[in-house]
Every structure is written in C-alpha cells, then in structure tokens.
Design a protein around this ligand. Structure first.
Ligand code: ADP
Length: 255
C-alpha cells in the first residue's frame, strides 16, 4: 500500500437506497477499510447520510432548516450505530468527530482536532467525521461533505482523498443528461469556469453535486494532495487502484 494515511468520503446517494440506509453498502465500505488497515494504512472516514438516516425515523419537513438540523442529530447517532455494528465484525473501534467550517479556521480548535485524531489513528481507531449540523448555522457550514473531507484531508495529514460517489468519475459533461459524456481519467488542473457551474446534486439528500467535488480537488491540488473520485457502488475499482495499482475507472485529480 503506497498510501500510509487515507481519507475516504462517502456521499448520501451511496449510503441510502429507496429511502433506507443501505447496510449492505456500508458493510462493503467497512470491509474495504478493514482490508486497508490490515495492509498497514490508517483511514479517516468522512460520512454523509445523517439527515437521510434521520428521515428514515421521523418524517420532518426537510425544506425547513431547523428540521434538517434535527434530522441530522437523530440520524447521526443511528448512522454511527450502524457503523459500530459493521466495524465490530472486524474488531475495529470507531470514534465520532463532528466539525464545522469555523473549526478549520480556528488555529486552536483545528490543532486540538488534529491532536485528537492523531491519538485515535495511533490507537488503530477509525475516526468518522461529519459536519456538526446541530450547532452549525448556515453561514458557518461547508454545507457539503466534499469540502469538509478536503479540509479534513489536509488537517489530518491524509496522503490522498478518496470520494465515493454515485457517479464513477468526472465527465466532460453531466452523464445523467448527455449519453455521449466521456469520463476524464486524469485531471491536472481545474479551470475557474468549472468551479462556477451550477450545483447539481443527484439525490434528494445530496447537497454538493459535481461542483463541490471539483472545489475539493482544486483545494487539495493547491496543497499538493491528490484526490480520486470513483464509484461507491462498485468498490472493485477502488480496491484495484489502491491494492494493485491498477487504474480501471474513476478520475484522478493529480498533483
Ligand atoms: P454524492 O451524494 O455522492 O456527493 P452528488 O449527487 O452530490 O453525489 O454528486 C454527483 C452527481 O453530480 C452525479 O450523479 C451527476 O448527476 C452530477 N454531475 C453533474 N455534472 C457532472 C459531471 N461533469 N461529471 C460527473 N457527474 C456530474
């Protein structure tokens, strides 16, 4: 394994299926993380899905901000309980790390978070990061876990960010709209105009769409860290990329 510390972000679309949290997909991701850990890598997981997990329990009107925050706090612990059960099968302990955008700007708080995560990783624990939606007011949130995961990768010393999405890479145009869209295997540089595209999430719980993924890649490239965008449904692509150094499908935002 060429990466010693990896940050993996999984999106809402991957975690939910037909209005339910997909325990099978969670197990697949957890099992891959267990393999990575066995091969000596340290892994930080950034997981979306709290609001959609909350909504499986209580059907609050999601168009109201306070309701979304309440759903996040209901769903966060439910989601963590699922992760707990799955990681337990592999004898791996997990920890919950809730952050808001402001925490990354504060020298003191970011230093504390970094120190805590360092202790967790040194003790073989998998930190699971999410945005602290209960306390975050809209102006202080990233609003999407793509950018939260990019900032976490830099802060926690990740050597690469893996984004597991419902899409298997970055295309030259939206593949959901254009059947002739072509996947871009390598991206060296992201143009300003690509960052200004309209936000286009694909799922009722998704918040980012492709633009926030590009912003994340742009931020990381500036900081000398690569990002790999690939499918969260078929983890073979990621497995081959990480373990066999075989690049089948996905987009590598190079440095
Ligand atoms: P996630 O929940 O995994 O973060 P999102 O729905 O927020 O997923 O973002 C991925 C979606 O972005 C894709 O399913 C696709 O519909 C949309 N999209 C728009 N333009 C592109 C593009 N050029 N390449 C890939 N995906 C795109």
């Amino acid at each position: 394994m060429k990466f010693k510390r990896i940050v993996i972000k999984v999106g809402s679309a991957v975690l939910s299926e037909n209005g339910e949290i997909s325990k099978e997909r969670i197990l697949n991701i957890v099992s891959l993380i267990a393999e990575l850990k066995s091969s000596g890598a340290e892994v930080v997981l950034v997981s979306s899905g709290a609001v959609s997990a909350g909504y499986t329990k209580v059907k609050l009107d999601k168009s109201v901000l306070a309701n979304r925050q309440a759903l996040a706090s209901i769903g966060q612990q439910y989601l963590m309980s699922i992760y707990h059960k799955k990681f337990e099968k592999f004898g791996i302990n997990i920890a919950q790390v809730l952050m808001i955008e402001n925490d990354f700007d504060s020298k003191k708080r970011s230093k504390n978070a970094k120190r805590t995560v360092e202790v967790l990783l040194k003790n073989g624990i998998v930190p699971i990061v999410n945005e602290n939606d209960t306390v975050a007011i809209e102006e202080l949130t990233f609003g999407d876990n793509d950018q939260l995961s990019a900032h976490s990768t830099l802060l926690f010393g990740g050597e690469i960010l893996i984004i597991l999405s419902d899409i298997d890479g970055y295309y030259d145009k939206n593949p959901k709209e254009f059947s002739d869209a072509k996947i871009l295997k390598f991206v060296d540089k992201i143009e300003e105009k690509e960052l200004l595209q309209e936000v286009s999430p694909n799922n009722e719980f998704a918040t980012g769409g492709i633009v926030t993924k590009l912003k994340s890649a742009h931020f990381l490239q500036k900081n000398g860290i690569p990002m790999f965008l690939t499918s969260g449904f078929n983890l073979e692509h990621l497995r081959n990329f990480l373990f066999q150094n075989r690049f089948e499908k996905g987009t590598l935002f190079k440095i």
